[in-house]
Design a protein. Structure first.
Lengths: 285, 262, 275
């Protein structure tokens, strides 16, 4: 069952000379973990903005094509109505926190929806626990790190119990360790809560292992879509400027020199090491 | 930066901090009105003394004393102006009564400062924002207040970074005449304004995505409830108002002047 | 040359951000300063152009103590590129932006024109010369910020988190830019969290923690030292992660370079085939 269905989408920002999204069709199934990547300016952020109708309702501009999200045609829905179905997390956590305490921020969306106080308390605590920040609930946003701030924004959309969570480069201001923790939280939500996750990321080394639906965009178009193992071993992908995991790159380099360690393209360092150990250990025995 | 650090709220707990900010505010207004009812020094000293238990209960003596010291200059100024005008209008002569009158005016100012500073020293911005949300004004005002408190320190920090960045490119703020000095600030103001606009766009986007404006009547995670202390303060406030108004209306002429004792 | 002698620094709140740092940076050095948030990295680098002056101890830049001179004078030798280009761009055109510092430093018009042309060319920005910097993309704005500092040709360049928010290709361009500076014998000091970028650039790494320097050495030793990495919450570079698991094969755990890795694995494979 698909939760997002986009058909031949073309979108141009007001005053822009060429479209930011240029003929995109995409189907996302319920419960999937989708990874979207591509160089800066490839249209991935604009695509994310269509999922809850920020494009075109907030940004205006020219849009053609069809976007169905959670059975709603976004053209006929307000962003605040879509917010119940789709949660968006943006790049800079600092500009997504408005309240003076963590739990008040997590409650912000629920307050806007007019949820009762008892229900709100339950959902806020639930979201705080799932993202591992329950102990920070009374802190002010100044007092916590960037990684923790970003977990607050995830909890804040989670509390609204959306079917889909969209994260637009949520870790680009974070150090690798904080980034990894964010990805683990997102993966857990996908696995345990069955939430459909759409993650936009440059860091494939940390994220490729979570997905079997990778979308690579360039110049407003989707140029590759499918299993990351098939896509990342393709040679054309390097020309687009996508950061391939080092393990995959090393695998390709060895293969080019005639040493094929496995039929399966490794996506992470662990996978690569295990494959290599297996091959060479077999040789030793 | 220290000016803005004050806005980063610190959590502390005391019977006074825990009071409902709305009630505290009503109390401050009551003191304000009472102070305006009298010009004699004695009742104003009493009003001043009434504030002291609040200061000590809240354990904010240090900060409170600092704000008092800050107001000292203005208080001195008020005193001097009063003395001077009396002096001027009384044909260059000054009586003990005039001095007392000037002291009374000064004391009135001090009482106002004291009661307001206790309010602000014991009410954290989030508590205040909450009170605004739950009073009957449009939510947008409360939201504007809390976002301001949230972002003023962020912008102050950013201004510092921008200043550093431009100084690192050889900008010397203190160089040149007045006109040149004002122009020196252009490379700091423009990035700051551009960034504030960009920030507000991102904020708006995040608000939209979190269902801003979905229903007419928002709910609130917290409910401000009146506790025992609040009822005590309501009692004190009512008593204070009734007493001062009664004294003002019926016993005003009996208020002794300190200068009569000499 | 920058010499740092037992520098302490405290902000107004009496909390010591730097607790006794000594260091010598030679001309032409390429240094990455790493460490957790709050380790004192940014506080430290701001001492190199006098934005901060030590509470005690001395920082010498080319044998002049930073306390004895102004930021403007120090900036002539030490160029500083901040993390976010938007914190400095303000001019109507890219050209004006790049000329800003040159005017502040009092260069004559001919020199300014010549330097601007050179810096724009160096960072492939010539086509944007007459355009407002605000109309450019994030990666391009970052390059304008770099050009605006490079223009006065300082001996030392300090880069604060240069890779943050940059995509793969932009990082690769940045790496090449830094390598070019190296061939021009410039001193480059960068503060970064980006272990992969450090692994690719292979600089001298200075690791800070809690206001002190806890390690100073070559990248491949520090980025594979489990104890140091743990103390500073740094994730091992990907190649090092692989090699950390390859000890049963007798391969060295302190490997961070992909080509070195390839050669070693191929040699190993040949050996095992022979057996």
């Amino acid at each position: 069952m698909s939760v997002i269905k986009i058909n031949d989408l073309v979108y141009t920002y007001p005053g822009a000379s060429k479209p930011s999204i240029d003929g995109v069709s995409l189907t996302i199934e319920k419960g999937e973990f989708v990874l979207i990547t591509g160089p800066s300016g490839c249209g991935k952020t604009s695509l994310c903005r269509t999922f809850n109708g920020l494009v075109p309702h907030f940004y205006k501009g020219d849009l053609s094509g069809q976007i169905i999200v959670a059975d709603q045609d976004i053209m006929g829905e307000q962003t605040f109505d879509m917010a119940k179905h789709v949660g968006l997390v943006f790049q800079n956590p600092e500009n997504q926190l408005f309240a003076l305490s963590v739990e008040k921020d997590v409650a912000f969306g629920l307050e806007n929806l007019g949820i009762s106080r008892e229900e709100m308390r339950k959902r806020v605590d639930w979201a705080l626990n799932l993202t591992g920040i329950y102990d920070l609930r009374e802190r002010s946003p100044h007092e916590i790190s960037g990684g923790q701030q970003q977990r607050v924004t995830i909890a804040a959309v989670l509390a609204m119990q959306p079917k889909i969570i969209v994260l637009d480069e949520p870790t680009s201001f974070l150090d690798p360790l904080s980034a990894e923790r964010i990805f683990e939280v997102i993966y857990k939500l996908n696995q345990e809560q069955g939430i459909t996750v759409i993650l936009v990321e440059h860091r494939l080394d940390l994220t490729a292992k979570y997905t079997n639906h990778l979308v690579v965009m360039d110049k407003g178009k989707i140029c590759f879509e499918g299993n990351p193992r098939n896509i990342l071993c393709n040679d054309e992908i390097s020309q687009i400027g996508v950061g391939i995991p080092k393990a995959t790159l090393l695998y390709k380099k060895l293969k080019a020199d005639g040493f094929d360690i496995s039929e399966q393209t490794p996506l992470s360092s662990d996978e690569f090491a295990n494959q290599l150990l297996k091959v060479l250990a077999n040789d030793y025995s | 930066m220290s000016v803005f650090d004050g806005l980063k709220f610190r959590k502390s707990f005391s019977p006074i901090h825990n009071l409902d900010p709305r009630i505290k505010f009503v109390y401050v207004i009551a003191v304000f009105i009472s102070a305006l009812l009298f010009s004699q020094i004695l009742p104003l000293i009493i009003l001043f003394l009434i504030q002291l238990p609040f200061v000590f209960l809240a354990r904010v003596q240090k900060q409170w004393f600092r704000s008092l010291r800050g107001a000292a200059f203005l208080a001195g100024f008020i005193f001097a102006i009063n003395i001077f005008t009396n002096f001027f209008f009384n044909n260059w002569s000054l009586t003990a009564f005039d001095v007392e009158n000037a002291l009374g005016m000064t004391m009135r100012f001090v009482v106002l400062i004291v009661s307001f500073s206790v309010f602000f020293l014991t009410t954290s911005p989030d508590h205040l924002g909450l009170a605004l949300e739950q009073s009957h004004m449009p939510y947008e005002f409360a939201f504007a207040f809390t976002t301001a408190v949230r972002f003023v320190p962020v912008l102050a920090e950013e201004a510092q970074t921008i200043m550093d960045a431009q100084k690192a490119r050889g900008l010397e703020l203190e160089k040149g005449n007045i006109l040149k000095r004002i122009r020196n600030y252009i490379p700091i103001l423009i990035p700051l304004i551009v960034s504030a606009i960009r920030r507000s766009l991102e904020l708006a986007e995040a608000m939209e995505s979190r269902a801003w404006g979905a229903v007419k009547k928002r709910t609130n995670l917290y409910l401000l409830k009146l506790h025992k202390g609040d009822y005590v303060l309501i009692g004190i406030t009512t008593f204070l108002l009734i007493t001062t108004i009664y004294v003002r209306l019926f016993l005003f002429t009996y208020i002794p002047l300190v200068s009569n004792f000499f | 040359m920058i010499t740092v002698e037992n520098v302490h620094y405290s902000y107004g709140n009496n909390i010591e951000a730097l607790k006794g740092i000594s260091l010598t940076i030679n001309d032409g050095d390429f240094i990455a300063i790493m460490g957790q948030n709050g380790a004192g990295k940014t506080t430290f680098i701001k001492h190199f152009n006098g934005l901060l002056k030590p509470s005690s101890g001395i920082v010498y830049v080319n044998n002049v103590a930073t306390t004895k001179t102004s930021v403007a004078a120090l900036a002539r030798n030490v160029g500083f590129v901040f993390q976010n280009p938007d914190n400095q761009l303000f001019s109507e055109t890219v050209e004006d932006e790049v000329a800003f510092a040159l005017k502040n430093f009092g260069f004559d018009n001919d020199t300014i024109a010549q330097r601007v042309t050179w810096a724009l060319d160096f960072l492939s920005l010539t086509q944007y010369r007459k355009i407002s910097p605000f109309l450019l993309s994030g990666g391009e704005r970052k390059r304008v910020a770099l050009a605006s500092v490079l223009a006065w040709d300082p001996d030392t360049l300090v880069l604060d988190e240069p890779t943050i928010g940059q995509d793969h290709e932009q990082k690769e361009n940045l790496r090449q830019f830094v390598m070019q500076l190296q061939t021009k014998k410039k001193t480059v000091i960068m503060v970064t969290h980006d272990v992969e970028f450090v692994a690719e650039c292979n600089p001298r790494v200075i690791l800070m923690r809690d206001g002190k320097i806890i390690a100073d050495g070559i990248a491949k030793d520090i980025l594979t030292n489990s104890q140091l990495l743990e103390e500073s919450s740094i994730v091992r570079p990907q190649i090092a992660q692989i090699f950390a698991k390859l000890s049963p094969l007798g391969l060295p755990a302190n490997t961070i370079d992909i080509d070195e890795a390839k050669t070693m694995i191929l040699t190993k494979a040949k050996e095992s085939n022979r057996q």
